[in-house]
Write a protein that binds this ligand. Structure first.
Ligand SMILES: Cc1cc2nc3c(=O)[nH]c(=O)nc-3n(C[C@H](O)[C@H](O)[C@H](O)COP(=O)(O)OP(=O)(O)OC[C@H]3O[C@@H](n4cnc5c(N)ncnc54)[C@H](O)[C@@H]3O)c2cc1C
Length: 434
């Protein structure tokens, strides 16, 4: 077997993996990223389909936060076009949410009158400044103490569904407040040439700093010896290579990390935590082609649907994502239950009904290009927000990064990059480069 030596091997090139590699390479660590697919980016990448750029997961990325810090660290540019402020569709009318004071604006729009709005806002403020509500009840149960107004309840569902990938009656109330309190960036953006091009620019910057990014290269095993991670066995073409490293960063999700390293090498408490805590969050997404924009703005539109909670027309901002004269609409939503069994057929039907209700002439102008149910090995998130594992595993020098180890309150790509920051900070304390 061939042998190669690195300071750190990163398994997987999703946002968590490439962010970790960028921070490590910038810090002088000899870093190797191995990615089993032919392209980098994981669930933030691009596939070409009928001339459209179809994302493999995320479309918008947070600007001015942990993702941009990873890009900046290695001299890459987070080249995105800013998306205008979020809109909320309540009673068929769109309301723009200001960047500051958005929650109050939302509550005021949804409530029947000022006294109801004051009651709900008062409770929210108490939860933010005095004590977070208990996790023993769901966000919906918590809200029901202050309003029975279905429109208000649905408004909060429409905030939680596309950000947390669970429903309001599933998210523990305290976790919602953790999210409200967590640091936020400065708006969101879309990569004009597609997510793949953006992630390739990050991979290139890593390589320019002396790192390596190998695609079509699967990690078969994480090597553990004497309770410590020592590297990985990887398959590259016909070669099986032993990568010897001082630390291993896995971006494959906590479950797969255990399978790669062998469950016999982990502490029983860690395995119990994994079994009892981790809950993959499913998410439904549709890519819809049309010959005219199906919505009138390039903002994210949060929708109070039965399943549909978010719509976005990226081609209004980035026409590069579609053939000339064509448009793309992205629609997303959570299934009825975030725990199996799922009923994809019914969820999909209801989502299409919601699209018909929200887009005049939908059947006439829309062609569903791809309808995906992200679940299992490729979920919305590897774990519901608030049900994450720590970045450190019980095996010394073996770390997880990505959306199964999100820091409390963090969501999406920002959470993946933040988990990488946390892991790399720890590596820097323990291991010297070279
Ligand atoms: C439909 C949808 C819409 C979303 N929208 C948004 C959004 O708009 N904004 C946002 O911020 N977030 C969004 N998200 C969430 C975001 O996409 C994910 O949280 C994020 O992309 C996950 O990144 P990750 O670091 O966990 O790595 P992943 O993307 O999971 O990447 C892991 C990589 O590891 C590789 N790998 C696995 N096993 C091996 C192995 N043995 N050897 C080598 N490589 C391996 C995989 O091929 C993959 O490339 C969305 C998600 C979905 C599904």
């Amino acid at each position: 077997m061939k042998r190669e030596n690195y300071d750190v091997v990163v398994i997987g090139s999703g946002m968590g993996g490439l962010s970790a590699a960028a921070l490590l390479a910038a810090g002088g660590y000899k870093t190797l990223v191995v990615e089993r697919l032919p392209r980098v980016g994981g669930r933030y990448s691009t596939i070409e389909h009928k001339g459209f750029k179809i994302t493999t997961g995320a479309i918008e990325v947070e600007m001015g936060g942990a993702v941009e810090r990873a890009f900046n660290a290695i001299g890459a540019k987070l080249d995105v076009r800013p998306v205008p402020p979020i809109r909320y569709r309540i009673d068929k009318k769109d309301h723009e949410l200001p960047l500051k004071g958005g929650l109050r604006a939302l509550v005021s729009q949804a409530c029947h009158d000022e006294s109801e709005a004051e009651r709900v806002m008062g409770a929210l403020k108490r939860g933010l400044t005095w004590q977070e509500p208990s996790d023993s009840i769901s966000l919906r149960e918590w809200l029901l103490q202050y309003t029975q107004n279905e429109r208000v309840l649905k408004t909060f569902w429409a905030l939680v569904s596309p950000t947390h990938f669970v429903n309001d009656d599933e998210l523990p109330a305290g976790k919602f407040f953790e999210y409200l309190k967590a640091p936020k960036g400065q708006g969101i953006g879309i990569a004009p040439q597609g997510n793949l091009a953006l992630m390739e620019s990050l991979a290139k910057a890593i390589q320019d700093k002396g790192g390596q990014v190998w695609t079509r290269c699967r990690a078969q095993e994480i090597v553990v010896d004497g309770g410590m991670a020592r590297g990985a066995i990887v398959q590259r073409g016909d070669d099986v290579i032993e990568v010897v490293a001082k630390a291993v960063v896995s971006n494959t999700g906590p479950q797969k990390t255990v399978a790669l390293a062998g469950s016999e090498n982990f502490d029983q408490g860690y395995l119990k935590q994994l079994r009892e805590t981790l809950r993959p969050a499913p998410f439904m997404a549709m890519h819809i082609a049309s010959d005219r924009p199906l919505v009138d703005c390039s903002s994210l539109i949060f929708v109070l649907g039965r399943r549909l909670s978010v719509m976005n027309c990226p081609t209004l901002l980035c026409p590069e994502h579609a053939p000339k004269g064509k448009h793309l609409l992205m629609a997303g939503g959570t299934p009825l239950s975030s725990l199996p069994p799922y009923d994809f057929k019914k969820d999909k039907e209801l989502m299409i009904q919601d699209l018909r209700d929200n887009i005049p002439g939908f059947d006439e102008h829309a062609e569903i290009l791809v309808a995906s149910y992200f679940r299992g090995e490729c979920p919305g998130y590897h774990s519901w927000p608030g049900y994450d594992l720590p970045q450190k595993t019980s095996i010394e020098n073996l770390y997880n990064v990505g959306d199964g180890v999100k820091p409390p309150g963090w969501i999406g790509l920002g959470a993946c990059a933040k988990s990488a920051e946390i892991a790399v900070e720890d590596i820097k304390l323990r291991i010297k480069p070279g």
